[in-house]
Design a protein around this ligand. Structure first.
Ligand SMILES: [Zn+2]
Ligand SMILES: [Zn+2]
Length: 273
């Protein structure tokens, strides 16, 4: 029997934030793939983040998703969601679900991005962590833990984002105890939170990585601690709506998962991997 690869993605960005395509173009791509569910999760508004949806466009975003829900009713379930950055103001109550993500670290003089560009990440390591990448990683995982403890979101976004520019392991070694200690603690907390832990393939479509994250070490710990996973493509371009789902499912199986979760309509449902 052919293995089921999820036909549902609830992590996607459109022209309302930093995506390439309109919401309706994403719906058409999802239909062409035979998806039953598509969730929109624009970046939350934040003063320090150019990717966030502008506060005064949020209502327009809501109205457009509602229009599409009606237009495509019976063909696909569409969800109004938000990817909430941990340091941005609390989200409006209209959202049907949310993803809690850490993209920034807070410093006395402002916020530093961990996923904007590699040169910016390297500059931040020099400027704020005395050139020690493990100190930045420790700060990152501490912040992710804080977000897991503080959030009400259903989904924990890309918990190993700090590996986005480090697939070649030339910035730091992810098997070093200075990295693994805080990373595994974070994986454990994410699993025990009961929230869905994302396996995110977004960096593959964008050419930064060839494998999804979190990687094996964190995922195995999530599994050992009874965590639940969801595959998402963090899609910024309708050509890549299910990008890497096969690899993500294979990675999950290799880490011992037998099931994963996906949204069917507005509820998460479990399926066999
Ligand atoms: Zn994100
Ligand atoms: Zn995203």
């Amino acid at each position: 029997m052919k293995e089921y690869v999820s036909h549902s993605n609830v992590h996607s960005h459109t022209t309302f934030s930093d995506g390439r395509d309109t919401a309706e173009e994403m719906v058409r791509a999802a239909l062409a793939l035979g998806f039953h569910t598509l969730g929109f999760s624009e970046h939350s508004p934040a003063s320090y983040d150019d990717c966030g949806i502008l506060r005064d466009r949020e209502r327009e975003y809501h109205a457009e998703v509602r229009r599409l829900k009606e237009k495509y009713a019976g063909q696909i379930d569409l969800l109004l969601g938000i990817e909430h950055d941990w340091f941005s103001p609390p989200s409006r109550p209209e959202y049907e679900y949310s993803i809690e993500s850490v993209h920034y670290l807070k410093k006395p003089d402002g916020y530093i991005s961990v996923d904007w560009t590699r040169p910016k990440l390297e500059a931040a390591i020099e400027a704020h962590y005395g050139g020690d990448p493990y100190a930045l990683c420790r700060d990152y995982f501490r912040t992710v833990c804080e977000s897991i403890e503080g959030t009400r979101s259903e989904i924990i976004g890309h918990i190993e984002l700090v590996m986005k520019f480090n697939e070649a392991r030339d910035l730091f070694d992810d098997s070093d105890p200075r990295y693994l200690g805080p990373a595994l603690e974070c994986a454990e907390l994410a699993a025990r939170s009961g929230r869905l832990v994302e396996i995110n393939t977004g960096a593959i479509a964008r050419g930064y990585r060839t494998a999804p994250y979190p990687g094996e070490a964190m995922l195995r710990r999530v599994r050992e601690c009874g965590g639940r996973i969801i595959l998402t493509s963090d899609c910024h371009n309708s050509d890549f709506l299910d990008c890497g789902f096969g690899e993500a499912a294979a990675l999950a199986r290799a880490c011992g998962f037998r099931t994963a979760w996906e949204y069917r309509g507005n509820q998460p449902a479990e399926y066999q991997l």
